[in-house]
Design a protein around this ligand. Structure first.
Ligand code: HEM
Length: 401
């Protein structure tokens, strides 16, 4: 570490912001690791995969805030309560209980609702020949699916998601800029969730929230604090990720029109398409940083206890030693063991739901929106935010009504 020969990956630089894959490709070719603002960025598939599974590493949680100069206050308390930031037995306990409620079966039972939500939004889009794809589809689809799945009433969904998007800023690399927004969102969310939890306790429904309240193992239940944190985690982890993944996917398909036509003609490629867009243009580009719990060495480089490592999953997913024609979107790809959903104990809890959302949305969109093309410049979040993708994506298309 600290070797002057090690290249520097400027996460905040203009080049990385405008073309992250263009910056990562030559760097990955040159070296397996680079220094970056928060520690060491790891770039190649085999190393990223190994690091994600390594038990000597943990997620940073409050330290991630400390690295950005925030050492106390409600943000630090909130970060400590998130599943993603827990380790060892504390993580295992909550993940086990939550896993009793958030099952693949529950997700599969919900698949037809996901399809209905997609159809409703596409019906509206098909009334015109152009739209901002983010406003017309990606954002409302991700919002409605997640809120219905969790059990957030329709009347408050927009507010709740705005608050959770603000709380989600906690996982970005620019937290200090957003402190007031995050704190205000937390106050609103806590009040809302406490009220909803007491409603569901009195009258359970067929939603995830009721299932989380009831989840029990060996006489153990989730505490009120754990439930509150879990709801915030689910809402903030499950909305922007899917919204931006859909935006990235549409943008990638517009650059690869034959792939769109292929999906329209062969909707049975939906499962592969859902994996390929998550590999090729992930909404979680940088991955979640890890901290060394004890000193270790990798390829002769020593990492002391406390070292921060950034396993750049978006770079690993383009590693040509694992993926043939890695820089090409190919929904016919047989094996796509991308690392976008992470690995080890923190492997994305919502991956099954994200997959169903993409598998249902993408072929429906391809069947109904012919020849999608950009009609103006899109606007992208910087790759250093917690999620990466367009916030504006104007497109034109030939609707199939
Ligand atoms: C395309 C969509 C999604 C992407 C790209 C994504 C990505 C990720 C990543 C990178 C992690 C951390 C994994 C690690 O560092 O090892 C994660 C964890 C997590 N995700 Fe997702 N996610 C998506 C959708 C969802 C959805 C829909 C939900 C819930 C409704 C969700 C809930 C979670 C939770 C709760 C964790 C923390 C798990 C733990 O710490 O045990 N995610 N996700």
């Amino acid at each position: 570490m600290g070797n002057p020969m090690t290249p520097f990956l400027d996460l905040y630089g203009a080049d990385f912001r405008s073309d992250p894959y263009g910056v990562l490709a030559p760097l990955r070719h040159q070296t397996w690791h680079a220094d970056c603002a928060i520690g060491t960025a790891v770039l190649r598939y085999s190393d990223v995969q190994a690091l994600l599974a390594m038990r000597q590493l943990r997620t940073p949680g409050a330290e991630f805030l400390a690295m950005q100069g925030i050492t106390r206050g409600p943000l630090v308390e909130t970060m400590r309560g998130f599943l993603l930031n827990a380790d060892g037995e504390a993580h295992h306990r909550v993940r086990r209980l939550v896993g009793k409620a958030f099952t693949v079966r529950r997700v599969e039972d919900f698949r037809s609702t996901v399809a209905e939500i997609a159809d409703e939004l596409i019906d509206q889009m098909a009334q015109t020949e152009q739209a901002d794809f983010v406003c017309a589809f990606a954002e409302p689809f991700a919002l409605r699916v997640l809120c219905r799945f969790v059990g957030i009433p329709g009347s408050v969904q927009a507010d709740v998601i705005e608050w959770t998007a603000d709380v989600g800023l906690l996982f970005g690399f620019n937290v200090a800029q957003h402190i007031d927004r995050i704190e205000s969102a937390l106050r609103n969310l806590h009040g809302f969730i406490d009220e909803l939890l007491s409603l569901r306790r009195c009258a359970p429904r067929n939603d995830l929230l009721s299932a989380l309240i009831a989840a029990e193992e060996g006489g153990e239940l989730l505490t009120d604090g754990e439930l509150r944190s879990m709801v915030i985690t689910l809402l903030s982890a499950g909305h922007g990720t899917v919204q931006h993944q859909l935006g990235n996917a549409m943008s990638a398909f517009m650059a690869h029109p034959q792939q769109w036509e292929l999906l329209a003609a062969q909707p049975n490629l939906a499962i592969q398409a859902a994996e390929e867009v998550v590999r090729y243009c992930p909404s979680a580009l940088l991955g979640v940083p890890r901290i060394a719990k004890s000193a270790f060495a990798l390829h002769g480089v020593d990492f002391p206890s406390g070292a921060c490592i950034l396993p750049v999953t978006g770079s690993a997913n383009r590693d040509a030693s694992v993926f043939e024609a890695a820089d090409t979107l190919d929904i016919g790809r047989r094996r796509s063991t991308h690392l976008t959903y992470g690995g080890g104990i923190h492997y994305c809890l919502g991956a099954a739901l994200a997959r169903v959302e993409l598998q249902e949305a993408l072929p429906r969109l391809a069947a109904r929106l012919g020849d999608p093309h950009p009609t103006g410049p899109g606007e992208w979040l910087p790759p250093t935010e917690a999620v990466y993708g367009p916030i504006k994506l104007p497109i034109g298309y030939q609707p199939v009504r």
